[in-house]
Design a protein around this ligand. Structure first.
Ligand code: SF4
Length: 316
């Protein structure tokens, strides 16, 4: 009998092992002396592994020598059976991690964030947690647009883009994770772009964004066919959108619109073609990419098939 009640949990672990075995380029790190961070996508593996933001975060976090980042997903069958979520890489429960970081791309997943904490035996309200519990963070497009629906449940929010937030955030967590929780939150709240909702906020939190996307190429990091876009090698072409439709998160969370250079994208595509025949060009309005003809000509020259995540009819 294990801590989660025997055969049911063992079955879940076998499932995770099989899933892991079907992946390429998973990062497996020893936990010794490192800060373990659970990167939680609050929905299924099938959906989450097609999310480039998750790939980027996994890569950015694991670049740090002092950090071991593992992924956690929330599967419908596990919810129904009340199985606790386990990390994919080492099959550990969330309570074993020092920090639990949610990346939230869709508003409906707010509910799953709370369910995941509950299923993991972690007190769901931030005010009920202390330094004996994992630090609970959240970021992503929905959080950047409006963190308040989760304000009671999250210790600290990252407002903006991870490339800009992590260099200030991670050293602060690594150096102070064993501090009294209140002290840690005060330190984190002083990092640009971080918002600790339990603390009084003296000045507005400034959204952090990356000026030059070419410094941070984003593409598929782990390859698996067990996901919606598993046959594609995904590449982020641009960020933000100049159209500013009032209903759209992109127009607020990723302003201003920024583009990667063609040379960088083609180099990524060349790498991608070693793994997949089809390149997925990802962006809020890929048809607005100013060098689209040059990019597509380059892809055709390489013999690549390609798909675009979005096109505006007016540009066709
Ligand atoms: S991504 Fe689409 S919906 Fe959003 S602002 Fe741009 S054009 Fe509008």
């Amino acid at each position: 009998m294990d801590r989660y009640g025997g055969s049911r949990a063992r079955g879940l672990k076998i499932g995770l092992r099989e899933r892991l075995a079907r992946e390429k380029d998973t990062v497996i790190k020893d936990w010794g002396g490192r800060l373990p961070i659970a990167l939680v996508y609050p929905n299924s593996y099938y959906i989450g592994m097609s999310n480039l933001g998750l790939h980027a975060l996994y890569s950015l976090l694991n670049i740090y020598r002092d950090v071991v980042c593992e992924r956690v997903f929330w599967e419908r069958e596990n919810q129904e059976r009340k199985n606790p979520p386990l990390s994919l890489e080492s099959r550990r429960p969330l309570s074993d991690f020092k920090a639990v970081a949610f990346t939230v791309s869709y508003e409906v997943d707010y509910f799953n964030v709370v369910s995941i904490l509950k299923a993991s035996g972690i007190p769901v309200f931030s005010s009920d947690r202390d330094e004996s519990h994992p630090l609970v963070l959240a970021g992503g497009p929905c959080i950047t647009a409006n963190p308040m629906p989760l304000a009671q449940f999250i210790d600290v929010f990252g407002i903006g883009e991870a490339e800009k937030l992590l260099p200030g955030l991670l050293p602060t967590i690594i150096d102070n994770i064993n501090e009294k929780r209140e002290n840690l939150l005060k330190l984190l709240a002083s990092v640009p772009g971080m918002y600790a909702p339990q603390l009084p906020q003296a000045t507005p939190v400034m959204r952090q964004w990356t000026e030059n996307l070419d410094n941070f190429p984003v593409s598929s990091v782990i390859l698996t066919r067990d996901t919606e876009l598993g046959e594609l090698y995904l590449i982020e072409v641009e960020r933000g959108c100049s159209r500013r439709c009032r209903f759209c998160l992109v127009s607020t969370a990723f302003r201003p619109m920024r583009f990667r250079s063609v040379g960088i994208l083609l180099a990524q595509a060349e790498e991608g073609l070693r793994h997949r025949k089809r390149i997925g060009l990802v962006g809020p309005a890929v048809s607005d990419y100013p060098h689209l003809e040059k990019l597509l000509a380059g892809l055709r020259q390489m013999g690549a098939q390609f798909s675009m995540s979005s096109m505006r009819a007016s540009n066709l």
